[in-house]
Design a protein around this ligand. Structure first.
Ligand code: GUN
Length: 284
C-alpha cells in the first residue's frame, strides 16, 4: 500500500487564491487594507524564515505587512510598549510576536498584552478559552491548518480515534480541542506516556507534534491511518518531520510531507485570521 500524500502546499495555494479575491473585494468595499504587523526579537534563523513566509503570504493575498525587528537585548518593558502602540494604532488589524522570545522576556506577559481583537495567532487566554467553549474567536493557526488538511482527505472525523503526540500550547493542546469539536475521540500522548505505541497503533488519525526527527516509525502506525506530521527538524541540515516518512508511506492511508505539509497551512490560516480581524475591527 502507498499512502496518499496530502499536500499542504497545494491546499494552501488554493485557499490563498480565494483569499486574495476576498481581500480585493473587501478593500474595494471598505477602502481599508488588512494590515498584519509581525514583531521579531533577535535573529533566530528559524524565526527569520517563518517571518519571511508570513510577509510573502501577505504580499500574495494583497494584504499589507510590516516587520518590526528588535534587537535581542530589547527589554520586556520596551516590548510591551511596542505592542501597546500597535494595539492603539487603528491602521493595524493583526499583531503577531514571533516565538520563542529571548529568555529574559516572559512570553505569557507579552501574549497577554496583545489586544484580543488583534491576536491573530489565537494565543491569548481569552481566545484559547473561547476556542474551548466553542465561541467565536481566532483559532490558533497550526491546529486550524491541521483540521483543514484532515478535511481535505474527505475522511469523516466524527467517531474516529485521534491520537495527538505532544502537549505544547501552540499545537498539542489546541489541536486536541479542535479534534474534540469535530467529534473525534481524542487521546493526548507526550514524552512521558508509557507504552506510547499501544496508543498510536490504534489511531485512525495520528498527529505527530513532538519535535523529534523521525520519532514515529512505521510499526507505530495503524494501516490506513491519516498521519499529520507537524515536526520541523533537521538531520544533516536536511529538513525532516517527526514521522519516518519513507517507511510510513507503506502503512498510512494519508500522510502530510515535510516540507510542504502543515507549514504552508499555518501561514494561510494566519492570513485568514488577519482578514477576519480587519473585518471585525472595521465593522465595529
Ligand atoms: N513560533 C513557532 N510557531 C509560531 C506561531 O504559530 N506563532 C508565533 N507567534 N510564533 C511561532
Amino acid at each position: 500500500m502507498s499512502a496518499i500524500v496530502v499536500s499542504g502546499k497545494e491546499l494552501a495555494n488554493k485557499i490563498r487564491t480565494d483569499l486574495k479575491e476576498k481581500v480585493s473585494c473587501f478593500i474595494k468595499e471598505k477602502n481599508v487594507i488588512p494590515h498584519l504587523v509581525v514583531i521579531l526579537v533577535g535573529d533566530n534563523p528559524a524565526s527569520i524564515s517563518y517571518v519571511t513566509g508570513k510577509q510573502k503570504g501577505c504580499e500574495q493575498t494583497n494584504m499589507k505587512s510590516t516587520l518590526i525587528k528588535l534587537p535581542i537585548e530589547t527589554t520586556e518593558k520596551e516590548l510591551i510598549k511596542e505592542v501597546e502602540k500597535l494595539n492603539n494604532d487603528t491602521s493595524v488589524h493583526g499583531i503577531l510576536v514571533q516565538l520563542p522570545l529571548p529568555s529574559h522576556i516572559n512570553e505569557s506577559t507579552i501574549i497577554n498584552t496583545i489586544s484580543v481583537e488583534k491576536d491573530v495567532d489565537g494565543f491569548s487566554p481569552i481566545n484559547v478559552g473561547k476556542m474551548v467553549l466553542n465561541e467565536e474567536c481566532f483559532l490558533p493557526c497550526t491546529p486550524a491548518g491541521i483540521i483543514r488538511l484532515i478535511k481535505e482527505t474527505k475522511i469523516d472525523i466524527t467517531g474516529k480515534h485521534a491520537v495527538v503526540i505532544g502537549r505544547s500550547n501552540i499545537v498539542g493542546k489546541p489541536v486536541s480541542q479542535l479534534l474534540l469539536r469535530e467529534n473525534a475521540t481524542v487521546t493526548v500522548c507526550h514524552s512521558r506516556t508509557n507504552n506510547l505505541s499501544e496508543f498510536t497503533k490504534s489511531a485512525d488519525i495520528l498527529i505527530a507534534a513532538i519535535g523529534k526527527p523521525k520519532f514515529v516509525t512505521a510499526d507505530m502506525i495503524k494501516p490506513g491511518a491519516v498521519v499529520i506530521d507537524v515536526g520541523v527538524n533537521r538531520i544533516n541540515n536536511k529538513l525532516c518531520g517527526d514521522v519516518d516518512y519513507e517507511a510510513a508511506l507503506d502503512v498510512a492511508g494519508y500522510i502530510t510531507p515535510v516540507p510542504g505539509g502543515v507549514g504552508p497551512m499555518t501561514i494561510t490560516m494566519l492570513l485568514e485570521n488577519t482578514l477576519e480581524a480587519c473585518r471585525r475591527l472595521v465593522i465595529k
